[in-house]
Ligand binder design. Structure first.
Ligand code: CTP
Ligand code: MG
Length: 389
């Protein structure tokens, strides 16, 4: 099934009380909305995204979604959440069969929760994540007087993504008509149209940032730096120099009369960094993930490997604290390229460039690197647990 995620982001965040839409609040150096988008676009079950933004924030959203990993469309939303979701629904390509509607304001959605919703849609047509209600639940009148006590064992406090076959959600909107505007989730619309909705297990980490006080939980879930385990990994690579090849180091093309031989672009710096990262996370090594014999990886830019490793680390609960690399090369002089290398690798990893350091040294004419037969690189990476698991 072809799955599109619709991300309503066109609210104003009135209850949050900030100076602007809460989707722009900073979490670990990135706006909240970027965390949400990354969580969705790195999920293998999602094929494309539609971000529904406030009409005056579309350009800013376009910047925030720069270089998305999946096809991403940005459309203008409406006055209510339901109307915004409808705008997203109307913009979908004909081939989309399943929609996941996910609040922009839930940046910490775990990948396995998305898996459960998708599995629920596959089996039941519509599925939403729900949390058990652990407090006793009362219905009150507007003056705060208790009218009734609910059976909490039958209550689910529901989250997003709410998943649904596209045709069912479209039907639900038709049935509801203007009444759709009073609803705050897709399941309410489906209920009105007598379409059964299945509840799968939600996750306490999948907090919706509604009030300022919700930020702490989301920050803890996403960047709990210092609260978790720290690990270090080591990587090493060396490639032979040859004529007629381009020289790529640290994701940067460097002018030189020779380049490195190899199956991909033979970027030893990126390869050593990949191995350091994978080693620290216990996720194997670059040869295991991108087998050199696999024609799919022929002549690939090695920074693409890094760009695939980033989401794998995040999915496994790791944040990159820093990377330090030492390049062994007799020539060319690499000092002028250090910043560009750090920036290129940081971009591939979606990391701040200041977390990557590159140093270079010659071998004083000693050994194969000293004889200019090849270029080598050592790298260490330090990771921190993003959340307690
Ligand atoms: N949303 C939307 N269009 C609207 C209203 C809300 O796309 N007209 C989005 C919000 O941006 C948010 C999600 O729907 O990602 C859930 O809504 P909510 O948490 O209520 O966000 P806001 O409406 O922004 O907040 P508030 O109700 O406090 O103003
Ligand atoms: Mg709202």
């Amino acid at each position: 099934m072809t799955v599109a995620a619709i991300v309503p982001a066109a609210g104003r965040g009135a209850r949050f009380g900030g100076p602007e839409n809460k989707i722009w609040v900073d979490i670990g150096g990135r706006p909240l909305i970027q965390w949400t988008l990354r969580a969705l676009e790195t999920h293998p079950g999602i094929d494309s995204l539609v971000i529904v933004g406030a009409p005056d924030e579309l350009d800013r959203l376009r910047d925030a979604a720069a270089a998305p990993a999946k096809p991403t469309r940005i459309v203008a939303g409406g006055a209510t959440r339901a109307e915004s979701v409808l705008r997203g629904l109307e913009s979908l390509d004909a081939g989309v069969q399943t929609v996941l509607v996910h609040d922009a304001a839930r940046p910490a959605v775990p990948p396995d929760l998305i898996d459960r919703v998708l599995a629920g849609v596959r089996s039941h047509g519509a599925a939403i994540p729900g949390m058990p209600c652990t407090d006793t639940a009362k219905v009150c009148d507007p003056q705060g007087r208790v009218e009734a006590t609910l059976d909490r064992s039958r209550i689910a406090l529901v989250q997003t993504p709410q998943g649904c076959r596209r045709d069912l959600l479209e039907r639900a909107y038709r049935v509801a008509g203007a009444a759709a505007n009073g609803t705050t989730d897709e399941a309410s619309l489906l209920e009105r149209a007598d379409i059964p909705v299945h509840v799968v297990a939600g996750d306490a980490a999948n907090v919706k940032v509604t009030l300022l006080a919700d930020l702490a939980a989301v920050r803890r879930a996403l960047i709990g730096r210092g609260s978790g385990e720290v690990r270090t990994g080591l990587g090493y690579d060396v490639h032979r120099l040859a004529s007629g090849r381009e020289l790529w180091l640290g994701g940067v093309r460097i002018e030189h009369d020779q380049g490195l031989e190899g199956h991909s672009d033979a970027d030893v710096v990126v390869h050593a960094v990949c191995d350091a990262l994978l080693g620290a996370a216990g996720l194997g090594d670059i040869g295991l993930l991108f087998p050199p014999g696999d024609p799919a990886h022929r002549n690939r830019r090695s920074t693409e490997f890094l760009a695939e490793i980033g989401p794998r680390l995040r999915a496994a609960g790791w944040l990159v604290t820093n990377i330090d690399a030492a390049v062994l090369a007799e020539a060319p002089r690499l000092a002028p390229h250090r910043t560009a290398m750090a920036e290129a690798m940081a971009q591939a990893l979606e990391l701040e460039a200041k977390r990557i350091s590159i140093k270079a040294t010659t071998s004083e004419g000693l050994g194969p690197v000293g004889r200019r037969e090849g270029i080598g690189c050592w790298a260490v990476a330090t990771l921190q647990r993003a959340e307690e698991q």
